[in-house]
Design a protein around this ligand. Structure first.
Ligand code: NAD
Length: 253
């Protein structure tokens, strides 16, 4: 049995992944801004640095995997914060842990979104990928919230794909899941949002499987991708979205 670190594990998808792994007999360490084994604010560089140091201390003998589920939805008024938590809060954490992950041959699972392929501001995505947090925040402030959110998820997925070969060469297997609409406190807030609420309700009704996602759907996919059964899966983005991506982008493949 192994030890897994889960950011954002205090709520929603991260909490379900935490519970699933513990039910399988794994040890888990939750990193979150609230109710966590390691309390850290992943929106800031000092918060990320502190989280990396605390994770290394807590897993110095063993580390099997890291899941980055900490994230903010498009309902959050501070759009720069969405970029900082969703992109830099994941990427900086994984990059900062890279030698430690390599030492333990640990795997990485990023929680992206099925909104990642959606149209967004390419300059904003390029700023994220160039690791220019100041520029990304500045551009985010000029954009609508939904493309800020989906752009953060597009960037993190592209970062994963760009880096999966180099990480694999160091025995770190990296993948992502792209949840569709999933019932959590985050999605409830977006559903109740004055700007996006009505569109989200229509979106939920159009899910091919005929129901919204549940955190457990994501936990089951995460458990598989982190396990040895997924040992040959590397650099993949698995859509766990009831068929929505296939419906919306059937031929973009
Ligand atoms: P959630 O709000 O239930 O959980 C998010 C967690 O992140 C919370 O525990 C929160 O405290 C933590 N967090 C927020 N800001 C933080 C910070 N600065 N530092 C540390 N931790 C912080 O949301 P969720 O729906 O479970 O979302 C989890 C991930 O899944 C997010 O990355 C989200 O973008 C993604 N996602 C969710 C959905 C959905 O429909 N729920 C769909 C696609 C992708």
């Amino acid at each position: 049995m192994g030890t897994y670190v889960i950011t954002g594990g205090a709520s929603g998808i991260g909490a379900a992944i935490d519970a699933q792994l513990r039910s399988e007999g794994q040890k888990t360490i939750v990193v979150d801004i609230q109710q966590a084994d390691i309390v850290a604010d992943l929106s800031t560089a000092p918060g990320r640095t502190a989280a990396i140091a605390a994770i290394k201390r807590a897993t110095h003998t063993e580390l099997s995997g890291v899941v980055t589920s900490a994230g903010l939805g498009s309902h959050v008024p501070d759009k720069g914060l969405i970029a900082s938590v969703n992109y830099f809060g994941s990427v900086d954490l994984i990059a900062g842990l890279r030698p430690h992950l390599a030492e333990h041959r640990a795997s990485v699972l990023l929680i992206s979104s099925n909104s990642a392929p959606m149209e967004t501001n390419s300059a904003y995505v390029e700023a994220l990928l160039a690791h220019d947090e100041t520029r990304a925040i500045r551009l985010a402030a000029t954009m609508e919230s939904q493309p800020v959110y989906s752009g953060s998820k597009q960037a993190i997925t592209r970062w994963m794909r760009r880096n999966s070969q180099a990480y694999a060469a160091e025995s770190i297997r990296m993948n992502a899941i792209g949840p569709g609409y999933t019932r959590t406190p985050l999605s409830a807030a977006v559903e109740n949002d004055a700007t996006y609420g009505a569109a989200i309700k229509q979106f939920i009704e159009s899910i091919p499987i005929g129901r919204p996602g549940l955190p457990q759907d994501m936990a089951d996919a995460a458990s598989f991708l982190l396990s040895d059964k997924a040992g040959f899966i590397c650099g993949s983005m698995l859509f766990v979205d009831g068929g929505h991506d296939a419906m919306l982008r059937a031929d973009q493949f």
